[in-house]
Ligand binder design. Sequence first.
Ligand code: GDP
Length: 360
Amino acid sequence: KKEDTSTEKSEDNLRSPICCIMGHVDTGKTKLLDCIRGTNVQEGEAGGITQQIGATYFPAENIRERTKELKADAKLKVPGLLVIDTPGHESFTNLRSRGSSLCDIAILVVDIMHGLEPQTIESLNLLRMRNTEFIVALNKVDRLYGWKTSRNAPIMKTMKQQSKDVQNEFSMRLTQIITQFKEQGLNTELYYKNREMGETYSIVPTSAISGEGVPDLLLLLVQWSQKTMVEKLTYSNEVQCTVLEVKVVEGHGTTIDVVLVNGVLHEGDQIVVCGMQGPIVTSIRALLTPHPMKELRVKGTYLHHKQIKAAQGIKITAQGLEHAIAGTGLYVVGPQDDLDDIMEAAMEDMKSVMNRIDKS
Ligand code: GDP
């Protein structure tokens, strides 16, 4: 029997937003992810951050702690933020279902020394096509000549400490980049000057090396998501889940790494995924996540869960997953559901995957 949570006040019933990192090669996508992940890691104490399958989970507590210098008195309504671990086009395009992106918000990384580059524009077009919100991280500010480092500081505070020359060079580069965005038909503005969020995209200057601006970026990601996506982020009974990778794991056979975007998965649930030779109907043997606090993922050791609530990155073991296709949806067969309908829906996803392969 499905419990009815739809009557709960939606703001108290939000799931974590899912965030992807996009941008041109070498702009610092990986480094920025490391920086977001690593700031609080002290001697194995990860400040509640958990490394998941294909994603990193930041509980609200961690975000509050790291953004307290911003004095925003962050009212966080979401339980946390789930950041996808593989930056770039591929995980973004794989994280979709029926044409819409499952990534709620993206960080578009731009190198302040290089401005917009070909893959920045590709990313932009993907984001626009999928109607996905994004925030620009104007990265590598520490490369401005004469930059004074102030580790993990909010950007306004650190900017005030820079010399006039650094501030001038920053303004000049920022203006150029805003013009480049304009040429792509987009209004952008430094986030703390942005009075028209929604129409004008926000730019957060960052350094993935010394962490300046990273608190600002985290806070803005969460605040913007919870402010504008209440409906999308409202926790639902209906499972929304996407297969990111199909992998053989010793001792587990073929497994699928999924992002559970909404709903709950249980051990034993009957599921349908899209397969190379038709729909795969099977049942969840195990729901696995890495052990928390383990910095290095030790091969083959996972935590087993009876059930997992969205949003999370999970490894699923089940029989018959050999021909499962990454980038397609995972469907749960409920007691009221018609298996044929679900099998059909699962195979619909094949078309869009094929479309993508044709285009690339
Ligand atoms: P990706 O290809 O976008 O994932 O870029 P990486 O994260 O691999 O970074 C590319 C290079 O830029 C590496 O040598 C990084 O150390 C360097 N890098 C990334 N972010 C910054 C930054 O904020 N400041 C400086 N100075 N270097 C950076």
